[in-house]
Design a protein around this ligand. Sequence first.
Ligand SMILES: NC(=O)c1ccc[n+]([C@@H]2O[C@H](COP(=O)([O-])OP(=O)(O)OC[C@H]3O[C@@H](n4cnc5c(N)ncnc54)[C@H](OP(=O)(O)O)[C@@H]3O)[C@@H](O)[C@H]2O)c1
Ligand SMILES: N[C@@H](CCC(=O)O)C(=O)O
Length: 448
Amino acid sequence: MGYVDEVLELVSKKNADQPEFLQAVTEVLNTLRPVVDANEELYRSNAILERITEPDRVLMFRVPWVDDKGQVQVNRGFRVQFNNAIGPYKGGLRLHPSVNLGIIKFLGFEQVFKNSLTSLPIGGGKGGSDFDPKGKSDREIMAFCQSFMTELCKYIGADVDVPAGDIGTGAREIGFMFGQYKRIRGTYEGVLTGKGLSYGGSLARTEATGYGLLYITEELMKCHGDSLEGKTIAVSGAGNVAIYAIQKAQQLGAKVVTCSDSTGWIYDPEGIDVELLREVKEVKRARLTEYAAARKSAEYHEKKNGEHGVWSVKCDIALPCATQNELDLEDAKQLVANGVKAVCEGANMPTTLEATEYFQNNGVMFICGKAANAGGVATSALEMSQNSERLSWTFEEVDAKLKNIMVNIYHNIDDAAKRYGMEGNYVAGANIAGFEKVVNAMLAQGVY
Ligand SMILES: NC(=O)c1ccc[n+]([C@@H]2O[C@H](COP(=O)([O-])OP(=O)(O)OC[C@H]3O[C@@H](n4cnc5c(N)ncnc54)[C@H](OP(=O)(O)O)[C@@H]3O)[C@@H](O)[C@H]2O)c1
Ligand SMILES: N[C@@H](CCC(=O)O)C(=O)O
């Protein structure tokens, strides 16, 4: 048995109850085979694959808080500090009832490679809680965030570990957590990113993941002699990533005809009205039925198991921007039958392994989330730089740096795939390029 298969077996045994983590590790290690074969002795003797698949540490803690009725509620909090070979741990905090250790580990593992691809000095980590922010009052959100940070603040810091947003964690939650960190630790430092603009946040961070997704998609199209002009795009999700992906796609001349949330989806053949979508989702925190009620051209469909949802709509480009494993093999077959040319992941691991393979075997250009959604964390690293130098850059400066980073990521992953004879396999390219930098740093820093 080869080194990759030995480690895959070991990781499967140790983490049998963590399917999402195993899925992420399987995808990465399978695509690293040519690199591992070329360096087997070095990597094996240094146990590189065993070390890179085991987090530096896992923190799991109780989060007690009081609801509006005076009842004490208890949630479980997590922070997985996965790898800090190239910089302080960096990655978001997910607040969603589905959160468990396996999901946070998959996200933390992916973050190691994604952050490496940004070319900026950030290691990988992730955290969150099974707390459900939906339907909670602002006071309840504050109570939860303060309790969560009361424990987490012992383990993080501007040069140690810098959390940020993810599903369910936006500017409101980051504000409450920042306030609590400051109150307990007594230091005003860039310990979180995605902060409000009046207290250390960066312009363009809100837009960064969605805009970055479109910058890399634009470069992909350009390098294949095409453009986004006039293309029809299907987007899933209606949160931070989806909204700003839709906005930038429209600015670049494409028409986005779908979006979705966890209960239903919209088909709007005239193109999504992004300002209306922002009003419904960002301001009112309402359901998409409100979008449909306010827009004549929009059709609302309830989510039904076994149906393709937004992926049933004919499109040139698909941008999954909601959550993991939201696009499966049957959805991929439908998209291919409808003539999709490119799929770029705004969410983390939204496409199942089988669906990814189907796209790749059917000539669809496919860029995985580690590369395609790296613009968010890259701009978080730019926020860290601004905090360190106590300066704020203009929107245009940050946006220009973001675009440059995304274009470079495209060329790095394209080159890495070509170096190993896998031209056009951007999943392999992203994993290889991300891995090489981290491994070189690990080897240089000795056994730890
Ligand atoms: N924010 C960032 O900077 C960033 C950066 C890189 C990657 N990502 C990834 O991008 C994805 C979206 O994050 P976000 O920041 O946009 O979160 P968000 O603002 O909380 O939005 C998430 C969206 O996805 C929908 N959704 C969640 N679970 C779903 C499900 N099971 N089926 C259908 N829709 C579902 C949500 O609908 P409901 O409102 O009904 O829950 C919401 O519309 C995640 O995978 C995240 O890890 C985020
Ligand atoms: N949660 C986001 C952003 C992380 C950050 O900005 O640190 C991601 O998956 O990359």
